[in-house]
Ligand binder design. Structure first.
Ligand code: SAM
Ligand code: SF4
Length: 328
């Protein structure tokens, strides 16, 4: 599938639920109203949509959320999609907060998953609970090590937050090096109302990187995962560190992805409103050919790029929807 700017769209991210057992301060408000369950696609509907994407050339699917592992029965979706690895699909992956990962790690590996991204913003137990507003780090660490024991490669994703976890990123780098995990830092994006001031949270990664350079030897790497991260080798640990900088760099030129929400809305860009309601297409009884045509028409409308702006005069979110809706 090619969009109107000639970009090949081969990567689908699927949010299987907007619900989560955490309430991370940059992602959600303390009091969240989640979607009524009736609005959600069934797992069978999700699998049919994913299958249509695979048949149209999607090579990689990432399951995300909300917290994907809180969706009841989600392993059936992993099993169904995992069966397409090698017959259309190259890779099936997961982004998770790891709170439920310990009990699912083996089954994920059996379904064909080989890599998981785990969000972890600090190793400090108190700060972790404060940032997630309710999480317990012990369970997350248990999940991470269960994944490692099951043979899954783990990448740690960390949102850099001004004056909050900035100082603890070196500790994360050391810890990741010790256990063989790559680390990827992300700039906080203004998505959804969280009750917090976005400008207060935002720190450019160029600043974080400059500070890391004082103690670590980072050399640019040619390594790419097909995503927007720029990677560096960390000489002291032998692992990599990635930087995702949506706020300070335009990372849209090579964008290869679209995002499906748990209600079947296809968002063509993380930072724009352009979307297509595929649930309606499904529930109108579309044939496989009609569904494929609807997806291709949507891809043709993929916008050129996002317009997040760092120094907006007010601190309201750039978009009303939360990351947990679109799938981070
Ligand atoms: N619950 C899972 C998790 O936390 O990994 C998956 C969904 S979460 C929305 C996916 C990723 O989005 C996480 O790494 C999270 O840190 C990131 N994220 C959420 N809100 C964000 C924001 N406003 N800016 C930048 N990253 C954000
Ligand atoms: Fe939940 Fe992930 Fe959002 Fe944190 S970042 S509130 S774990 S969806």
């Amino acid at each position: 599938m090619r969009d109107s700017f000639g970009r090949s769209v081969t990567y689908l991210r699927v949010s299987v639920t907007d619900r989560c057992d955490f309430r991370c301060v940059y992602c959600m408000a303390e009091e969240m109203t989640f979607l009524p369950r009736a609005n959600l696609l069934s797992l069978e509907e999700m699998e049919r949509l994913c299958t249509a994407f695979i048949n149209l050339g999607t090579r990689k699917i990432r399951i995300t959320g909300g917290e994907p592992l809180v969706r009841r029965g989600v392993m059936t979706l992993f099993d169904g999609l995992g069966a397409r690895i090698g017959t259309g699909l190259d890779e099936l992956t997961l982004t998770t907060n790891a709170s439920q990962l310990a009990r699912h790690a083996e089954a994920l590996r059996a379904a064909g998953v080989r890599r998981v991204n785990v969000s972890l913003d600090t190793l400090d137990p108190q700060l972790f609970t404060r940032l997630t507003r309710r999480g317990r780090i012990e369970r997350v660490l248990e999940g991470i090590f269960a994944a490692r024991a099951a043979g899954l490669a783990v990448k740690i994703n960390t949102v850099a937050l001004k004056d909050v976890n900035e100082d603890t990123i070196g500790d994360l780098l050391t810890w990741c090096g010790r256990f063989g995990f790559d680390l990827c830092l992300i700039e906080a994006m203004p998505l959804g109302e969280t009750g917090a001031d976005r400008i207060d949270q935002y720190v450019p990664l160029s600043l974080v990187q400059a500070r890391l350079n004082r103690h670590w030897t980072l050399t640019e790497s040619a390594y790419r995962t097909g995503g927007p991260a720029r990677y560096y080798n960390v000489a002291e640990t032998g692992q990599r560190i990635g930087f995702i900088t949506p706020m300070t760099h335009n990372f849209c030129e090579s964008c290869n992805r679209v995002r499906l929400t748990c209600t079947g809305t296809l968002f063509l860009c993380l930072g724009q409103e352009d979307s297509v309601d595929l649930r309606q297409v499904l529930r109108d009884g579309a044939s496989d050919a009609e569904l494929a045509a609807a997806i291709e028409a949507a891809i043709a409308r993929k916008p050129k790029g996002h317009d997040f702006v760092v120094d907006r005069p007010h601190a309201a979110p750039a978009l009303g929807r939360h990351m947990s809706v679109t799938g981070g």
